[in-house]
Design a protein around this ligand. Structure first.
Ligand code: PAF
Length: 283
């Protein structure tokens, strides 16, 4: 496994491999890796000749009052985990390497970057799409792998790739959960013992929605209302949003229809920590 810290170093390595027609996969991350990330790396590795993982805590996707400075980082541990997965290249650029002097260019997937997560985290998706497009241009992978945990992010990246004709295939893999159902996230380390217990409100909400669907409920407002009632039982939880959207358009819907797919999207704050979760609803 080779660690590259500059764009030119990684580009030179990959150029030779691309000329040999190697299939290159790419997993962008912000590090502090967990089983969710590793499931993406395993998929990438199993479906390509060369697997590239990036570790970069991207400053442009954090708001002024967000957790950029305290975002967990452990490069040595990440490198050990990636070595175990037989990852081929790890790209760890500095902020200066990615956003050199007088950086000016940003990518904005307008409509979809302002709703849901975008409403609560203004500017977040612009930072994500900008860094992801830069990384795609640096790595030029055949395909890139993202987690369904950040469903809106994956949707927006797919839209960017379609709109800007970026020659990369986007793969989205299922959420990996802890034994008790909490979706794996680097931010889970922020939770104290009581917050960790109450974080289960997210998975319990997903299970409640699935139960209602099984019992024949098709009205999305009623399912959302029941979830909000359930969340009231967890005093540390403050809801940012609970929404059901069409999986292919990310627009809110009224009725759940047969043979269509939807996302139930959840975003809450628990103390100082913000967590998101989702599931695919289908009848
Ligand atoms: O999902 C993440 O970890 C980040 O948003 C990403 C895609 C690596 C961009 O910084």
């Amino acid at each position: 496994m080779k660690v590259c810290r500059t764009i030119s170093e990684l580009r030179n390595e990959l150029k030779i491999l691309r000329e040999q027609s190697k299939v290159i996969s790419f997993v962008p991350t912000m590090g502090y890796l967990h089983e969710g990330h590793l499931s993406l790396v395993r998929f990438a590795k199993n479906n390509s000749n060369i697997c590239v993982v990036s570790i970069f805590v991207n400053p442009t996707q954090f708001g002024a009052n967000e957790d950029f400075n305290r975002y967990p980082r452990d490069e040595q541990r990440d490198l050990e985990l990636l070595k175990n997965e037989k990852c081929d290249f790890v790209f760890i650029p500095s902020s200066d390497e990615m956003y050199g002097k007088d950086y000016q260019t940003f990518v904005n997937v307008k409509k979809y970057s302002q709703i849901l997560e975008g409403e609560f985290r203004p500017g977040h998706f612009e930072g994500v799409t900008t860094v992801v497009l830069k990384l795609f241009n640096i790595v030029q992978p055949d395909f890139a792998v993202f987690g369904q945990k950040d469903a809106q992010q994956a949707f927006i990246i797919q839209k960017m790739v379609d709109d800007l004709n970026v020659p990369v295939r986007i793969e989205v893999l299922p959420i990996v959960r802890e034994k008790d159902g909490l979706a794996m996230s680097s931010r889970n380390v922020y939770l104290n013992a009581e917050e960790r217990k109450q974080a289960l409100a997210l998975y319990n909400s997903i299970q409640l929605a699935e139960k209602f669907l099984k019992e024949g409920e098709r009205n999305s407002d009623r399912i959302i209302e029941e979830i909000k009632k359930l969340m009231l039982q967890y005093p540390l939880i403050k809801i940012d949003y609970v929404e059901i959207v069409d999986k292919n358009t990310f627009t809110k819907i009224k009725e759940i229809e047969k043979d269509k797919s939807y996302y139930l999207l959840l975003a809450v704050r628990i103390g100082a920590t913000r967590l998101i979760d989702n599931t695919i609803l289908k009848v």
